[in-house]
Design a protein around this ligand. Sequence first.
Ligand code: SF4
Length: 329
Amino acid sequence: MNGTILRTEQLQAFYVLDIFGTRKVIKAVNGVNLEIRENEVYGIAGESGCGKSTLLKALYGAIDPPLRLMGGKVYYRINGKDVDIFSLRPDEIKGLRWEYISYVPQGSMSVLNPVIKVKETYRDFLESHVRGKTKDEIFEIAKEHIRALGLPLTVLEAYPHQLSGGMRQRVTIALAALLKPRIIIADEPTTALDVVVQRGVIQLLKGIQENLGNTIILVTHDMGVQANVADRIGIMYAGQIVEEATAGEIFGNPLHPYTRYLINSLPRFGDKGMRESVPGSPPSLANPPSGCPFHPRCPYAYQICTERMPDFFEPVAYHKVACWLMGES
Ligand code: SF4
């Protein structure tokens, strides 16, 4: 098994809002323990609003108001040592960005400047990270990188709005991989793309991971994408990871009732019947249910589910699930 490259301990990140003098706390990430390994694609899946994107921000060390770190740790494994990123100065965290860990946010336009050509974004980026190169040398690095990833060189001469959504997303992913980071975090990189384009984007991500031998943490609610690319998957519900296993185990032997609903809602080739969706609505993260947060929607809920959050049980090696059905303490 590969070593750990990033881990969290009881991570809590809440949005603290002041709405007309009333304090509102959104518990977006509420006690997450993760161990992400070197050279794997770790998928994080769950319905919209379950805290996936906020978890990524916290893993990236991007805790900006109104988001607040309420507790817990995030450690990066650097040169054989666990580095607590929230103990670093802002300039030290910034220094790790792109070279150690990079981020593909939702929506490529937040990375690509709409009023300059893609090659100028590359140039600005390289000038701030690679010292002692002339403009021509920097342009050659950008060209070589784009070529190596199988993208057309014409993208460098384009303004972002001249590229299709899929190509913009590929350019954004290419930029995230430019400095060969050990970890790439990707937040819903295929959202709003059609299926064929999605496949190209996922192939690009997977190809980068295989070439660099690095780690990708991929957030997507799309279980079909997770099935195609993730080595292990964490299922997130109401700010917590409720099940974690290899992709094969998650799809072949889902144990948490919520995971089963997510998988059963997937369309199947040739099956024209209605798929089963998760009953009810996702809970409010401002006022999550007591006990197991899934209990108001769970057909198997019983007394203890309403009272206590289940611990993780491990009924199969490396397959962890937080559900009382797997055993009581
Ligand atoms: Fe359902 Fe209870 Fe398991 Fe939660 S702990 S998923 S409510 S059976």
